[in-house]
Design a protein around this ligand. Structure first.
Ligand SMILES: *Cc1c(COP(=O)(O)O)cnc(C)c1O
Length: 380
């Protein structure tokens, strides 16, 4: 079946007891034993497994095409679990993108996880640099595409192959593309990570994450053990909200993508904008790889205003409809000055604003950007 159909049906059969089309939320933490001591429902205690979590995991596996999905309390909990579950025989060294999600840098710099691993950051769009980094003993190669905040496109097939050649695990953070636009297992990745908080939840109202394993045997037992025993599990309501979000993921992604394309075209012609980073523009360096790896070019873009930090902040400050907020993947269009969010270590240009394009009418978004950019060009 096609992904649009799986998004509505996988893990989402009507309730066997009542016939309810929308699944009940099973808040019960404990499930009854039979007289013989077994658990006839297959559920025992909610940290180990519960119906809403199992439904969500079933749907994620169907969409990504892997063997097993394991959900966590957030995207960062899922990422932590991937690093901690690396098999013992692999080198404790990670090869990471230089523009990896900022939270992963904080995980490594500020918690014990970082003290247990070495890591090297490289520009993942430079295959020779990745090959050189992988020449040293490597346990895990991390791919994030499109990347934050320059919306760079990484060639999953090429990097997964380099990882495989040195015996390392390859993991793709597929949060920005979603399984509707990119299916990393088809390009040879071993693991897929999601912050379901973003497009999959889709409404900025649930924090949850997941790891999907391509084959049984690829860390899935260790990941399941971390989920159950370290206990960073999503609640039944979180799982229910994420699964409800998935039902409308396909049509939402279509609108995110078409709105982003219209805004990218508008911004690239605006005199107050010096450059637009959107992989759907043929001038973007990742256009070729994106065309073969993505079904459409995504809902994230960034642009640099003519000027510097002051002009970027002024443009963001003049917006009326578009909200200044972090995060992405929701119904509302959001804008953010990444350099000030990430602080002094940032690689984000000072004149850059990142946008998560929402589901509004593109003309209203363009009108808001036009009036805000008009104010800074008048001042200049
Ligand atoms: C938000 C995000 C994460 C972290 O997810 P949380 O749910 O906030 O913990 C990881 N990777 C990417 C690409 C993200 O956008």
């Amino acid at each position: 079946m096609h992904p649009e159909t799986l998004a509505v049906h996988a893990g989402q059969k009507s309730d066997p007891v009542t016939g309810a089309i929308a699944a009940p939320i099973y808040l019960s933490t404990t499930f009854e034993r039979s007289a013989d001591g077994t658990f006839p429902s297959g559920y025992e205690y909610s940290r180990d497994d519960n119906p809403n979590r199992r439904n969500l995991e079933t749907c994620l596996v169907a969409l990504e095409g892997g063997a097993e999905a394991i959900t966590f309390a957030s995207g960062m909990a899922a990422i932590t679990a991937v690093i901690e579950s690396l098999p013992d025989h692999l080198p404790k060294r990670l090869v990471l993108p230089d523009d990896i999600y900022f939270g992963v840098r904080s995980l490594l710099n500020e918690t014990d996880v970082g003290r247990r691993f070495e890591w090297e950051v490289v520009d993942m769009t430079d295959l020779e640099a990745v090959r050189a980094a992988c020449a040293k003993p490597t346990g895990l190669v991390w791919i994030e595409t499109p990347s934050n905040p320059l919306v760079k496109i990484v060639d999953i097939a090429a990097i997964a192959k380099l990882a495989r050649e040195v015996g390392a695990v390859s993991a793709v953070d597929n949060t920005w593309a979603t399984p509707l636009l990119t299916r990393p297992f088809e390009f040879g990745a071993d693991l897929i990570v999601h912050s379901l908080t973003k497009y999959i939840g889709g409404h900025s109202d649930v924090m949850i994450g997941a790891v999907v394993s391509r084959e049984v045997g690829l860390q899935n037992l260790a990941l399941r053990a971390i989920q159950k025993h370290k206990g960073s599990v999503p609640s039944p309501l979180d799982c229910w909200l994420a699964l409800r979000g998935i039902q409308s993921l396909a049509p939402r992604m279509q609108v995110h993508c078409s709105n982003a394309m219209e805004l990218a075209r508008f911004l690239s012609q605006h005199p107050a904008v010096s450059i637009v980073h959107y992989p759907g523009l043929p001038t973007h360096p990742g256009f070729g790889v994106a065309s073969k790896q993505m079904k459409s070019f995504g809902g994230m873009l960034s642009f640099e205003v003519a000027g510097a930090r002051k002009e970027a902040m002024a443009a963001a400050g003049a917006l009326r409809l578009i909200a200044r907020a972090t995060s992405l993947g929701g119904t509302h269009t959001l804008i953010e000055h990444r350099a000030s969010v990430e602080g002094p270590q940032t690689k984000a240009p000072e004149a850059l604003l990142r946008m998560s394009i929402g589901l509004e009418n593109a003309l209203d978004l363009i009108a808001d950007l036009d009036q805000a950019l008009g104010q800074i060009s008048n001042r200049g």
